[in-house]
Design a protein around this ligand. Structure first.
Ligand SMILES: Cc1ncc(COP(=O)(O)O)c(C=O)c1O
Length: 447
């Protein structure tokens, strides 16, 4: 199905409006959505709503559609599996696809050592399990996560997350023995401070924290997003990531890479940690792992993964055969269609266009990204870097009204972030960027 993006759109149309009215009555407001647009079908980088409007998708379901909506190979794998069995529960009757996908992840994740992989259903659940494994393996309790981190909505993952509203507000008390450490945010470095100096200062602050807050011998793990996602697409230097690895090695702390948003070719490598030449001890993945089916993984050093005894890990639906079949198809597609290379190309095109826009629109304070994980930080004043939160909300709304879905991010929700499916065509990419630029121009004019 190749559809044209309509030039005059009526969004939200009557069908979406009627569904929205029913939604507001039947569903609580908690499960938020960026748009009031109700989907009929989706293919590649295009989504068609119930009113027949087709939009370009630069959100990819928040990074779950790296291989594109309904890739024919994923559909084939899923159809074949549902014809055989839907779910027998791995804890009762195991099946080959779980093992085959574990073998592939053991082979393809960074780290030249023996690994094992287990599967659960969601990103948060993978992080929960990584923490369980780290605690069981080290016999230690404390976990360090970063400022501006996002790890999920369960008790432990909320506790590790560093944005209060909306994610944590009113939901405390949080899990004990969780501590925050600073993540480098070079765009906001004090004037005159170089990235190298910032890295050194922050790594030193972590060492000081071991004296003032929690002793290193009590720390089981440091969990780190290789590029912060919800935090605003913040990219650390290889030097900083290596520094974290060194701290972990020095004190016997495990390094957990949360690759849930960065994984599966998004950043131009299969996993973002490859950019830094650092192998984590444990890695969590989800989102694009199975092209939209609920699946997540924890991969790690074999001896750590075996620390919990039989029966201590798992879940009823964890690693369902349908999701694993999709997961195997996803890895094949990434290889066959060279999606790591395509992610680099998409990223380069987007960054080049964003830089052009930055010369025209004062609102654009910073342009950054890694591969096709790209963002613009919007500010009301380039000197003070004051967050342009309202402008970003307006741009997001203006884009979807005009046929492009985009997302915000950041502690101040003033970052426009883009996670287009990596199968987006050049034409769709250009068209999406045109819609985006027109929205920025309109909002800039009214600012
Ligand atoms: C880095 C990271 N970790 C964990 C999660 C939580 O994943 P889920 O929403 O599937 O629980 C997310 C979701 O956005 C994420 O980006």
């Amino acid at each position: 199905m190749e559809k044209n993006v309509a030039t005059t759109l009526n969004i939200p149309g009557n069908g979406s409006q009627a569904l929205h009215e029913r939604r507001m009555k039947a569903v609580p407001q908690g499960p938020y959505h960026v748009t009031p647009i109700y989907v009929k079908e989706a293919r590649g980088a295009l989504v068609t709503d119930v009113d027949g409007n087709t939009l370009i998708d630069f959100a990819g379901g928040i990074g779950i559609q790296n291989v594109g909506h309904c890739h024919p190979k994923v559909l084939k794998a899923v159809h074949e599996q549902v014809d055989q069995s839907i779910h027998t529960c791995f804890h009762v009757f195991p099946y080959e696809s779980y093992i085959a996908l574990a073998e592939k992840l053991n082979e393809k994740t960074p780290g030249n050592f023996a690994k094992k992989t287990m599967f659960v259903n969601s990103g948060a659940e993978a992080v929960e399990n990584a923490i369980k494994i780290a605690r069981a393996a080290t016999g230690r309790k404390a976990v360090l996560s970063f400022s501006r981190a996002y790890h999920g909505r369960t008790l432990m993952t909320m506790s590790l997350t560093s944005k209060v509203k909306p994610y944590k507000f009113g939901f405390g008390p949080f899990a004990p023995e969780t501590y925050k450490i600073p993540y480098p945010y070079y765009y906001h470095a004090p004037e005159g401070v170089t990235p190298e100096e910032m890295d050194a200062q922050l790594l030193n602050q972590i060492e000081e924290m071991f004296l003032g807050e929690v002793t290193a011998e009590d720390v089981a793990a440091i969990i780190m997003e290789p590029v912060q996602g919800e935090g605003g697409f913040i990219v650390p230097s290889a030097n900083f990531v290596k520094g974290i690895r060194e701290i972990c090695d020095k004190y016997g702390i495990l390094l957990i890479a949360d690759e849930i948003q960065t994984g599966y070719a998004r950043t131009g490598k299969l996993f973002a940690m490859e950019h830094y030449g650092v192998a984590p001890d444990l890695m969590t993945t989800s989102k694009s792992i199975a092209a939209g089916l609920p699946l997540s993984s924890v991969t790690g050093r074999a001896e750590l993964m075996d620390a919990p005894a039989a029966g201590q890990l798992g879940g009823t639906f964890a690693g369902s055969p349908v999701a694993c079949a999709a997961g195997l198809a996803v890895l094949d597609i990434i290889e066959e269609e060279n999606l790591c290379l395509r992610a680099q190309e998409i990223g380069e095109k987007m960054i080049a266009r964003f830089k052009e826009m930055q010369n025209k629109y004062e609102l654009i304070g910073d342009v950054r990204g890694l591969g096709a994980m790209v963002a613009m930080e919007m500010v009301t004043d380039r000197k003070t870097k004051t967050p342009a939160t309202a402008a970003v909300a307006e741009i997001v709304k203006d884009t979807w009204k005009n046929g492009l879905v985009s997302l915000s991010a950041g502690l101040n929700s003033n970052v426009l972030r883009f996670l287009p499916p990596l199968v987006v065509t050049d034409e769709q990419l250009e068209k999406g960027l045109d819609i985006l630029e027109a929205s920025i121009a309109r909002v800039q004019q009214n600012a």
